[in-house]
Design a protein around this ligand. Structure first.
Ligand code: ADP
Ligand code: ASP
Ligand code: MG
Length: 439
């Protein structure tokens, strides 16, 4: 029998009206037995997501010892939703308890997680389904990494024999027994974990767009929907900023070859996007699959004569970053040059100076230069490796748009070409590449 896990994002939980829409979607298919929800998102363009308000609650607790003033916004929102739905849930009691625990726990993660918790309580009532608290079935290890073995076992035990269950996304239980969240957008990961735990036939990810577009619809208006893509392409694109799906959500489902289907809650009749395990993936004939971009990187350029023959040069440079606990995105290199591309946020509060000092001491470069405010743009697709002239087309499109290339890195997977441009040329560059390959 087929078994589907459905994750509904923030916009799909925005108010009672949309939640009723979700109820119809879930109930229209008996296979949709496990439902994972995000916290209510925006109802209109300048609305505030529940999770963002909860982070404010935490700052209020930190400052004053109580979240009362900001929590009133959360209280209003959920009281309104329950009233609109007309369900029999003592929301006042649930909210009172939540507020009390936020004040008591004084934990940023706990506070942030309450949007998903409250939303799942409401959805479970609306669907007449069993509520399973993520705190009791999703676990993290001592080092903060997700504990798959323990979680998969706990989830599958909790859902056993149930017709339908609702779980809150975004959080679980840390090794210290306290609530711990994934990074922002992490309900996508929770959905994938549940799918893996129950060995689902499909992981449906319901959102507010009709699938994975060839690029961000906020940058290119009405880009093409990608009908299907591989896990690998998804990983590259989501990591590089296509945040319709959290970039870590493929890991749980990939091992079990569970496909992900991205669908639109507001247009359930649309096909959406199917993300398939690479083993089932058939070449589509297209050259590139999609384009994504991320801003705010710093490039540290290092030059030294005979760098290539100096054994251990790169290791010495990298160990400076390791000591500072800084991950590196890319390391493009030449004969006597190398660059380190690093997220700028990692280099704040004097860290950049410490890194530069460390590199100077470790390898005594002839030149060391820093360029900030760099955006990385990834052009991704399996088709690239078999079609001649893709990079020529890409660079020609950029040149015609008068965009200066600051860095190039062709991934060793032959799945992507990454270019670095100035932050403020990011959108222009994505548009230029899109026009070249899709129009
Ligand atoms: P949810 O709350 O359902 O998890 P998100 O806001 O996290 O939804 O993700 C959906 C949004 O991702 C879309 O509204 C869209 O603006 C944005 N987005 C960015 N890149 C892409 C892309 N390549 N394809 C589709 N949507 C994208
Ligand atoms: N509500 C959380 C966030 O806003 C998690 C999610 O939406 O997936 O980041
Ligand atoms: Mg999301």
């Amino acid at each position: 029998m087929a078994l589907k896990v459905c994750k509904f994002g923030g916009t799909s939980m925005a108010d009672g009206n949309v939640m009723n829409r979700v109820k119809r979607i879930v109930e229209s298919d008996d296979d949709r037995r496990l439902v994972v929800v995000s916290a209510p998102g925006r109802r209109y363009s300048d609305d505030i997501k529940v999770t963002d308000t909860l982070y404010k609650c935490y700052y209020e607790v930190e400052k004053t010892g109580s979240c009362g003033t900001t929590f009133a916004i959360i209280r209003n929102r959920f009281t309104g939703i329950v009233k609109e739905l007309g369900i029999d849930l003592d929301i006042k009691y649930v909210l009172d308890e939540t507020e009390r625990r936020i004040n008591e726990e004084k934990s940023r993660d706990f506070t942030a997680s309450r949007g998903e918790y409250l939303c799942a309580r409401v959805m479970a009532k609306l669907l007449g389904a069993k509520f399973i608290d993520a705190e009791e079935v999703i676990f993290f290890k001592e080092n903060g990494i997700f504990d798959g073995e323990k979680s998969y076992r706990a989830v599958s035990r909790a859902v056993e024999g149930e017709i339908r269950c609702v779980l809150p996304g975004f959080y679980g239980c840390g090794a210290d027994g306290r609530v711990k969240t994934f990074s922002r957008g992490g309900s996508d990961i929770s959905g994938a974990i549940v799918a893996r735990a129950v060995n689902a036939t499909l992981y449906e990810n319901w959102t507010d767009v009709s699938g994975f577009y060839a690029c961000d619809p906020r940058i290119v208006s009405t880009p093409k929907v990608i009908k299907s893509l591989s896990y690998k392409e998804l990983r590259e694109l989501s990591y590089m900023g296509a945040n319709v799906l959290h970039s870590e959500s493929i890991f749980p489902v990939r091992k079990a070859n569970i496909p992900i289907h991205i669908r639109n809650t507001f247009r359930p009749e649309d096909d959406g996007t199917l993300i398939q395990p690479s083993v089932y993936y058939k070449p589509s004939g297209r050259v590139i699959t999609g384009i994504a971009g991320k801003k705010d990187f710093t490039v540290i350029f290092i030059e030294k004569s005979l760098m290539n023959s100096e054994i251990g040069f790169i290791r010495k440079v990298l160990s400076v970053l390791e000591e500072q606990n800084i991950p590196i995105e890319h390391i493009p290199s030449g004969i006597d040059t190398m660059s380190l591309v690093i997220e700028s946020a990692r280099l704040k509060n004097g860290v950049l100076d410490a890194v530069l000092q460390g590199i100077k001491q470790a390898v005594e470069p002839d030149v060391i230069r820093v360029t900030e405010d760099i955006a990385l743009i990834a052009t991704v697709g399996h088709g690239m490796s078999s079609s001649v002239g893709t990079s020529a087309r890409l660079f020609k499109a950029m040149a015609q748009a008068n965009i200066n290339v600051k860095m190039i890195d062709q991934g060793s997977s032959e799945l992507n070409i990454i270019v670095g441009v100035k932050n403020d040329e990011c959108e222009k560059c994505i548009n230029a590449i899109y026009r070249e390959f899709f129009n």
